[in-house]
Write a protein that binds this ligand. Structure first.
Ligand code: CP
Length: 333
């Protein structure tokens, strides 16, 4: 039965990975992830003589390390490029007279980088200059269009699908009931952060068999294409009641109800910080966060250090999610 499902998955072409919708059926992807976790070196032959290039426009700890580990487990060579450290400064807009400090255009850099690899991972956060550019994934889509190679997102302007897949794998591992209540809660942060993590988390939870609730102050409404049918509850206490998992994350204004405030901080209300009182409203929920986390802004020391905090196994599953995605992409080549 299980082998049959693996064969089905092999037949699915996976050329890009930008969102949950690029995966084959989610339950099959989860089963594959469990297999990969049990037997991480079982598919070492797939990546032999293949090179994975990881391109970072932004900082990273987990994605940088876990994706390299995942690619190496599959037998691939890995090259990491930090675009802003040592490469030429890149122009990304077509039509610009390049008489400033940018020496190379993305339209040459992309096909050149593609010459040196078989598969590309790209991290390029929202820039908050123009909502349409961010929400159409202008940078990531240029890599997909001009590289001629399979491309996967390592967090783009609006989605972080490797993180959300790891989050769902972790919920599957820790759930005590068939259909757990999962709450995504906004929490305060001193800097303006993208919506990629909450968007992708919502995307995955909406496809999974969970009771999903989103809670945030007014003005922080996520884009409807990610919220879909999820319940939105503005009263954080009501949202937390009976929860099995609390997923905390800050995000800046998504610009849905207030387009002129896109990317701005609307609130630093510390009553939204997840503390032991908040957790007492839940059904002894597990605490989750994608990390890095600002302690005593997003979550108190007590909660993140408690036995119900699963942030470390959640981070460990970043290898599993990346390896499962890379495996499926290699099988499609
Ligand atoms: N969660 C996550 O993507 O971490 P990094 O930004 O450190 O990669």
């Amino acid at each position: 039965m299980f082998k049959h499902k693996i064969e089905i998955q092999k037949s699915k072409i996976m050329r890009t990975y930008q969102s949950v919708f690029d995966l084959p059926k989610l339950d099959e992807a989860l089963k594959m992830a469990a297999e990969v976790k049990k037997n991480p070196f079982g598919w070492e032959h797939l990546g032999k003589h293949k090179t994975c290039l990881l391109i970072f426009f932004n900082n990273s700890l987990r994605t940088r390390l876990s994706t390299q580990k995942a690619a190496r487990n599959l037998g691939m060579d890995v090259i990491v490029l930090d675009v802003n450290q040592g490469a030429w400064k890149l122009e990304t807009e077509r039509g610009v007279v390049m008489d400033g400090d940018k020496s190379e255009h993305l339209l040459e850099a992309i096909p050149v980088m593609a010459q040196y690899c078989d598969i590309l991972g790209v991290r390029s956060f929202a820039r908050f200059e123009n909502r349409e550019d961010d929400y159409t994934e202008k940078i990531l889509n240029q890599f997909i269009k001009y590289s001629g190679k399979p491309v996967f997102s390592m967090e783009a302007a609006t989605c972080h699908p490797l993180q959300a897949f790891a989050d769902l794998i972790t919920i599957e591992e820790y759930k005590k009931v068939k259909r757990p209540k999962v709450v995504l809660t906004w929490a305060p942060h001193p800097r303006s952060l993208p919506q990629a993590v909450p968007n992708s988390f919502a995307d995955f939870m909406n496809e999974a068999d969970v009771d999903f609730v989103i809670t945030h102050p007014e003005g922080y409404e996520l884009d409807p294409k990610f919220v879909r049918g999820a319940r939105v509850e503005y009263d954080q206490k009501k949202a937390f009641e009976g929860a099995d998992f609390i997923y905390a994350k800050n995000w800046s204004c998504p610009g849905v109800t207030c387009p002129d405030k896109y990317g701005q901080i609307l609130s630093k209300d510390m009553s939204w910080t997840v503390d032991t009182e908040h957790m007492s409203w839940t059904n002894q929920a597990k605490f989750m966060h994608c990390l890095p986390v600002r302690r005593n802004m997003i979550v108190t020391d007590d909660v993140i250090e408690s036995p119900d905090s699963i942030v470390i196994p959640e981070a460990a599953n970043r290898v599993v999610s990346a390896q499962t995605v890379l495996k499926m992409m290699l099988e499609s080549m």
